[in-house]
Design a protein around this ligand. Structure first.
Ligand code: ATP
Ligand code: MG
Length: 241
């Protein structure tokens, strides 16, 4: 067995969670370390977004453990790319609002904050877009603005919930390429995505919600796409620490 010495960033152990009327997560266990890209796969309603909310502390677990070893977390919520065309905010405002905590109530941004904003936009391939209205951008561009918004706070872990839903094929490719690049630069990533083959290609670890309440945690390298589809379709036991 190889020992992984990379720093632990996030760890779930036998995590359980139900909504009052819906039994959902049963004994979910996984580890995210520095440099990891965890892909979360599962059908509609399997509990993927719920797990993201448990990671963020927006929901409280029923039992088991979910532990974060960093407070530097970036979050790109599901449907971050569905603004009205007349939504009254510029790209600059959307991205810089995530510096709010450190800037304080009166939003006196420093010159260096403006630089950070521009740098974050550059990292997502939207250099020069700061004065555009968010609602007038394409779904894929809006999604990248939200990634920039997360990046401006210099996270160690980036949580992305369905970042490619509702964007065209070219944008899917651009967003996944960007995620892979950020991951290569050292950012740990947790991503849910309906596009299973695309996610499987990018991730080095997978958490697969199969039958109701059951999940499997595997290293991507251990499995072929065929075997992953088999698990996804429901059933075979396979475990990886
Ligand atoms: N606040 C809530 N109260 C009660 N039930 C909820 C709540 N939020 C979600 N649910 C239910 O819990 C289940 C899991 O929802 P969740 O959003 O985690 O699924 P998901 O895997 O992210 O689905 P999708 O692929 O559609 O995004 C669904 O059946 C959903 O209807
Ligand atoms: Mg969801």
């Amino acid at each position: 067995m190889t020992v992984n010495n990379m720093k632990e960033i996030l760890k779930a152990e036998n995590l359980c969670f139900d909504y009052p009327d819906i039994s959902l997560l049963r004994d979910v266990s996984f580890t995210v370390r520095e440099g990891d890209f965890l892909g979360i796969i599962g059908a509609n309603g399997a509990g993927k977004s719920t797990l993201i909310k448990l990671i963020l502390g927006l929901l409280k677990k029923d039992s088991g453990e979910i532990r974060l070893f960093t407070d530097k977390i970036g979050y790109v919520p599901q449907k971050a790319n569905s603004f009205n065309t007349d939504f009254p905010a510029t790209v600059r405002e959307v991205v810089m609002a995530n510096l709010y905590k450190s800037v304080g109530l009166f939003k006196r941004y420093k010159k260096s904050d403006e630089e950070k904003m521009k740098n974050a936009l550059k990292r997502v391939g939207l250099e020069g877009y700061e004065n555009r209205m968010i609602g007038k951008l394409s779904g894929g561009q809006q999604q990248r603005v939200f990634i920039a918004r997360a990046l401006i706070a210099e996270p160690e872990l980036l949580l992305m919930d369905e970042p490619t839903v509702g964007v065209d094929a070219q944008s899917v490719h651009a967003i996944m390429k960007l995620a892979a690049e950020l991951n290569r630069q050292g950012l740990a990533i947790v991503m849910t995505n309906h596009d299973t083959p695309t996610l499987v290609k990018a991730a080095n670890k997978l958490l697969i919600f199969c039958e109701h309440g059951n999940s499997e945690y595997v290293a991507r390298a251990d499995l072929t796409m065929e075997q992953i589809s088999e698990i996804f379709a429901g059933g075979r036991a396979h475990n990886h620490g």
